[in-house]
Ligand binder design. Structure first.
Ligand SMILES: Nc1nc2c(ncn2[C@@H]2O[C@H](COP(=O)(O)OP(=O)(O)OP(=O)(O)O)[C@@H](O)[C@H]2O)c(=O)[nH]1
Ligand SMILES: [Mg+2]
Length: 315
């Protein structure tokens, strides 16, 4: 607890190593949030959460670094890159990433990557980290998630604004857009606009979206070149316009509710699974139930009912 107190007071002052250590603690054991909560939580969300998604290699990371450079002219930003393939996670990459992307206002930027199991698109630890970054006072929290065709991560369940990134020649994605099976973005970006096919793809996206029904917000379609830093200011303007729209229509409250219900859902699952594993390791009655299931004396549903009964009895 002393450690946490110290980390929080340093993180609040802008110490990025302390912030990174707090996130590492959450990665190791989400229960640490209980201690954190007394210090910096709970409260109404304040940061604007931007989810940036798109297929591999479209330029999400490059676009985020350009975006962060623009945003941090006036505000602070934290970036959380969810990386399903990387076995490396965390603090070690912090400095490297900032350097790698050539971000300018480094004092106002926090960057962190987080590895996940591939089937676990947005893990609890990521959601809790978003809350911590918000509580620490970052104005924008930007999440990079991979999104491939219809296999999306449910980004709209936690992001206030969804930026969907495409690149020239993204035929499959445009088909998916037309068919309505791709995750819906608030802003569509055709990145790599320095490529010859960009204009064609841009027009195809506009066309594909022309009969997508909206409830008040008309999705923006933009062209950017992350590497040449073209169209970045327009992208930041579109994000801010969307935020203003959410605030003006009070839809921001619905976003907060969605995010916090998603959080609750993942937390309850996490706690029940932890409890189950603990019971399977230590509790004789639980082991007997598993044994009966294996021998065919119990079916899985009745076995689960028995386990749940035990779970609530022993609490
Ligand atoms: N020509 C051009 N290349 C770009 C642009 N944006 C990104 N790239 C290049 O595209 C490649 C992939 O960029 P990233 O930013 O790593 O793409 P990503 O979507 O984050 O990739 P993953 O995280 O691996 O899915 C890199 O070689 C970038 O330099 C752009 O606007 N124009
Ligand atoms: Mg990336």
């Amino acid at each position: 607890m002393v450690l946490i107190n110290e980390l929080v007071s340093n993180a609040v002052k802008g110490d990025k190593l302390a912030t990174s250590k707090l996130i590492s603690l959450i990665e190791t054991d989400p229960e640490v949030v209980k201690d954190l909560a007394d210090l910096i939580w709970p409260k109404l969300p304040r940061a604007h959460i931007v989810g940036v998604t798109g297929a591999g290699g479209v330029g999400k990371s490059s676009l985020i670094s350009a975006l962060v450079d623009e945003i941090t002219n006036n505000n602070s930003a934290a970036v959380l890159a969810i990386d399903p393939s990387s076995p490396i996670s965390g603090g070690a990459l912090l400095g490297d990433r900032v350097r790698m992307y050539g971000i300018r206002h480094t004092d106002k930027v926090f960057i962190r990557s987080m590895s996940t199991a591939s089937e676990e698109a947005l893990p609890l630890k990521a959601l809790l980290s978003i809350e911590v970054l918000d509580a620490l006072g970052y104005d924008y929290v930007i999440i990079e998630t991979p999104g491939i065709g219809q296999f999306n991560v449910g980004i709209s369940q936690f992001a206030d604004t969804v930026v969907l990134v495409l690149m020239p020649g993204a035929g499959d994605e445009i088909q998916a857009l037309k068919a309505g099976i791709m995750e819906v973005g608030d802003i569509y970006v055709v990145n790599k606009s320095d490529h010859p096919n960009a204009e064609l793809t841009f027009n195809q996206v506009l066309f594909a979206l022309s009969d997508v029904s909206t409830d008040g917000w008309v999705p923006r379609v933009l062209k950017t070149s992350a590497t040449r830093r073209v169209g970045i200011k327009e992208l930041v303007d579109a994000v801010n316009e969307h935020r203003k729209y959410l605030v003006d229509t009070n839809k921001i409250v619905v976003k907060w509710e969605l995010r916090r219900s998603f959080e609750l859902n993942l937390t309850v699952k996490y706690k029940i699974m932890s409890r189950l594993n603990e019971m399977l390791a230590k509790d004789l009655k639980t082991k007997n139930i598993l044994n009966s299931l294996m021998k065919g004396r119990l079916n899985p549903i009745s076995a689960a009912d028995e386990i749940i009964k035990l779970m609530f009895k022993s609490n």
